[in-house]
Design a protein around this ligand. Structure first.
Ligand code: SAM
Length: 218
C-alpha cells in the first residue's frame, strides 16, 4: 500500500479536520471525498505548495467545505479543530510546531525522522497515544503516531525508542534488521571516538531488541 493510502486508513470521522504541511492536499481530499469530515483546512508554509492543494481541492473550496491557509505550523489553525494531521516532515519540526502552537484535540503524526523525540514530547505534554506503529510502502518505513489530549501512558525505554505497537509488529523487525546493517557498515567508516561509542551503544540496543523478538521478552 502506498504511504498516502496507509496514512488515510488512520483517519477518523470528525466534524473539522486540518492537514498541516499539506503540500498536494491528498489527505484532505480523502477526508472530504469520503465524507469523513464536514469541513477541512489545508495549510502549508509555502505558497507554491499550498497552490497544489488549492487546485486539487477547488470544488470543495468553492462549496465552502474547505479553506486553504498559508502559515507556519498551527499559527492560523483553530485550536478547536477536531483532528489535525501533520505528515511528511521531521519529528523535531513537528515538536517546534506544537511548541509554538498547541496540542491538538486529536492528532495523527507521521514524522520522517526523530519519532522517538516526538513520542517523548507527547508523553511529557499529557497526550494519550492510541496507536504508535510502523508501516512500509515496500520501499521505506514510516512511524505513525495517533493520539489525543489525555492522560499519558508510561513507556518503557524500547517503546519510547520505537513505538509501543511497532514492537509487536513484524514489519518493525524487518526495519530494525535493515537499520542494524546500515549502522554496522557506518561503523567501518571514519568517525570520532565519541561517535563510535554512541553508535556502538545504539547497535547493542538494537541487537537486544531484535533478540527480544525471538525470545518473546518484548
Ligand atoms: C514532504 S511534504 C509532505 C506533504 C504531506 N503532508 C505528505 O505527508 O505527503 C512537506 C511539506 O511540509 C511543508 N512544511 C514544512 N515545514 C512547515 C511548517 N513549519 N509549517 C507548515 N508547513 C510546513 C512544506 O512546505 C512541504 O509542502
Amino acid at each position: 500500500m502506498d504511504r498516502i493510502s496507509k496514512l488515510c486508513s488512520y483517519l477518523p470521522k470528525c466534524n473539522t479536520f486540518a492537514d498541516v504541511a499539506c503540500d498536494h492536499g491528498y489527505i484532505a481530499e480523502y477526508m472530504l471525498k469520503n465524507g469523513l469530515c464536514k469541513s477541512a483546512v489545508v495549510s502549508d508554509i509555502s505558497e507554491k505548495c499550498l497552490k497544489k492543494a488549492e487546485t486539487l481541492l477547488e470544488k470543495y473550496i468553492s462549496a465552502g467545505e474547505c479553506r486553504a491557509v498559508c502559515c507556519d505550523g498551527l499559527k492560523l489553525i483553530d485550536r478547536e479543530t477536531d483532528c489535525i494531521m501533520i505528515a511528511g516532515i521531521g519529528g523535531e519540526e513537528i515538536i517546534k510546531i506544537l511548541n509554538e502552537g498547541f496540542i491538538p484535540n486529536a492528532f495523527i503524526f507521521q514524522p520522517m525522522k526523530n519519532a522517538n523525540s516526538l513520542r517523548e514530547y507527547l508523553l511529557k505534554n499529557d497526550c494519550f497515544i492510541e496507536t504508535d506503529d510502523i508501516f512500509s510502502d515496500g520501499k521505506k518505513y514510516y512511524f505513525i503516531i495517533k493520539g489525543k489530549k489525555g492522560k499519558a501512558q508510561k513507556y518503557t525505554e524500547e517503546q519510547l525508542l520505537y513505538g509501543k505497537d511497532s514492537l509487536k509488529n513484524r514489519v518493525f523487525y524487518d526495519y530494525l534488521k535493515e537499520e542494524l546493517v546500515k549502522k554496522k557498515n557506518y561503523l567501518l567508516s571514519e568517525m570520532t571516538d565519541e561517535s563510535r561509542i554512541s553508535l556502538t551503544q545504539q547497535i547493542k540496543k538494537m541487537e537486544e531488541v531484535i533478540k527480544g523478538e525471538t525470545d518473546g521478552s518484548i
